[in-house]
Design a protein around this ligand. Structure first.
Ligand code: CU
Length: 141
């Protein structure tokens, strides 16, 4: 649970600059960030794993190629489980966290600096998607 607290603290800092909920067109350029393009399909991300270096800032650009809305929520496994529970309880609301919602045919961005070597996940928390395996692994080394 300690990790979760750290991630939530990081996320709170990031969220200060952008709308936390449903910001699907973040246009802020981030200096020095590497861009990683991810396609969202119905119940899968493509690619399903991304490798980054500790200390690196990555700008993920999600292209929703599916027919339904998808989310991208960044956090470790316990943050994913917490978020999954939140989404089930409160419907569509992202209560907290580093997440975006992308409508079909749209593009959304998520920029994050990976400070420590660890494995984190990006998960979709639209109803049933995470359980169906809609997640991607970010390996920080
Ligand atoms: Cu989804």
């Amino acid at each position: 649970m300690k990790n979760t607290a750290v991630i939530l603290a990081l996320v709170a800092g990031l969220a200060a600059g952008t709308a936390a909920c449903g910001s699907s067109d973040g246009t802020k350029a981030t200096k020095g960030a590497r861009t990683v393009e991810i396609e969202m399909h119905d119940l899968a991300y493509q690619p399903a794993d991304v490798k980054v270096k500790a200390g690196e800032t990555v700008r993920f650009v999600f292209h929703n190629q599916g027919k339904i809305t998808h989310d991208a929520f960044l956090g470790d496994e316990s943050a994913q489980m917490d978020h999954e529970r939140e989404m089930n309880m409160s419907g569509m609301h992202h209560k907290s966290g580093d997440g975006i919602t992308v409508a079909p045919g749209k593009t959304g961005e998520l920029t994050h600096t990976f400070k420590t070597a660890q494995s984190v996940l990006v998960g979709c928390h639209q109803s049933g998607h995470y359980a169906a395996g809609m997640k991607l692994t970010v390996d920080v080394t």
